[in-house]
Design a protein around this ligand. Structure first.
Ligand code: NAG
Ligand code: NAG
Length: 399
């Protein structure tokens, strides 16, 4: 039996397993989800196995497989695509080809991938940026950033911030024909985390004169304090992003030392000295009734302060934008948040909506009752197209 046969056999068995995994009734195209999950989890589980054998860090394997999904910066009939660096950070730029009488809108996009994978060059990221530029007649900057495990917080954030600041220079905006009054930032998943964090940072940065008009956060990760929110409990085993993967990505953002991950899995990583931060992620007061149904709020359990001393990042507002006080949230730009029902990160996004609204920020919130984490970024799902339309029409009206 050839290697190909063995591979197909493994994929078949896993595919059957994921198809058999019961999914909620309102999930459209369950077979497509099973297929995506099989591909994703086969690679992830293989990578975790290789890591267990002590051969290589799991992300090295995943990144290797993902590199086959990278596409070169190729222009098409409507959009010119180029690559350059902004402040030494590699970015991909999408400029519509059609003539424009006026300056264009600009959108700064940050890809997801758990702070440890993904790139502007991945097919799905490239495809979305291209469509955004074309549909909105906007200049799209799709940024890269250094990734874990080689680089940890705050490197990811610094790269994104440096690239964004470069884009916001008058000369750079002039060069690409971008209107300084109509610039937005968008990000999905870990990219939504970085988008929310740099938006907070930019507001208070006296060196940057040009400010953002909008921020759009697509199923963002926004806090690390409570890894047992109702959405974590309900979607703990949902195939696209199980709780264990989300926890691994979060801890990997700060360190490759697995003790942080273990403490997070038991939700006992926050030291009692930081108990005052829990009010910012208190789902009992910040979630609307419909998302609290069937859950009981338990007081937080605390861990030792050793971890927080070694890896203070996980309590840092620049990593967890939900930890910002109301003062920091006030006067943030017009905001769009998209959350999905079947997503451990759902409640992060919903709580941010509540907190922003309490601070007087204008927010549009689209909750997708049959959506799952990443649906807009994975190419080809019907629910993904619906989500794309909602997101794009918001941008088209508000940016
Ligand atoms: C370019 O724009 C035209 C008109 O909107 C559209 O029909 C065509 O599909 C676009 N091409 C690509 C590659 O997106
Ligand atoms: C969370 O909110 C509930 C009421 O909504 C309150 O009883 C509880 O003390 C709060 N806990 C923390 C840690 O803020």
């Amino acid at each position: 039996m050839g290697r190909k046969m063995i591979f197909l056999l493994i994929m078949g068995v896993l595919g059957a397993y994921y198809l058999y995994t019961p999914l909620p009734d309102n999930i459209e195209e369950p077979w497509r989800l099973a297929w995506v999950t099989t591909r994703k989890n086969t690679i992830t589980n293989l990578a975790l196995f290789v890591e267990l054998l002590g051969i290589s860090h799991f992300t090295n394997i995943v990144v290797f497989f993902m590199s086959f999904q990278e596409v070169p910066p190729t222009s098409d009939e409507n959009v010119t695509v180029t690559e350059t660096t902004f402040n030494n950070v590699p970015v991909r730029i999408y400029v519509p080809k059609r003539k424009s009488e006026t300056l264009r809108r600009g959108l700064f996009y940050i890809h997801g991938g758990g702070w440890c994978m993904g790139s502007a060059a991945l097919f799905d990221t490239d495809f979305l940026s291209r469509r955004t530029a074309d549909r909105l007649d906007a200049v799209v900057i799709s940024t890269n950033y250094r990734l874990a495990p080689k680089h940890h917080f705050p490197n990811q954030l610094e790269d994104v911030y440096n690239a964004l600041k470069w884009f916001l220079y008058h000369d750079v905006l002039d060069k690409y024909g971008v209107d300084p009054e109509r610039i937005g930032i968008s990000g999905s998943s870990a990219g939504g985390n970085l988008a929310a964090a740099v938006t907070q940072q930019l507001k208070d940065d006296p060196d940057v004169k040009i400010k953002l008009k909008t921020q759009s956060l697509l199923y963002p990760a926004l806090q690390t304090l409570d890894m047992d929110l109702p959405s974590y409990q309900e979607n703990s085993h949902f195939p696209v992003l199980p709780r264990s993967h989300a926890v691994r990505s979060w801890s990997e953002y700060f360190t490759t030392d697995r003790s942080l991950e273990n403490a997070m899995l038991f939700n006992q990583h926050v030291p009692v000295e930081s108990s005052h931060l829990f009010k910012f992620v208190n789902w009992s007061s910040l979630l609307p009734e419909e998302f609290k149904k069937g859950h009981f709020y338990n007081s937080p359990t605390y861990g030792g302060s050793e971890l927080a001393k070694k890896y203070p990042g996980f309590l840092d507002v620049r990593a967890a934008p939900l930890l910002a006080g109301d003062n920091k949230l006030r006067n943030l730009p017009l905001t769009y948040v998209m959350t999905c029902q079947y997503d451990v990160l759902r409640d992060d996004g919903i709580m941010y909506v509540t907190r922003l609204r309490n601070a007087g920020v204008r927010v549009t919130h689209d909750h997708i009752a049959d959506g799952f984490h990443g649906a807009l970024s994975y190419h080809g799902f019907k629910v993904g197209y619906r989500m794309e339309n909602l997101y794009m029409s918001w941008l088209s009206e508000n940016l």
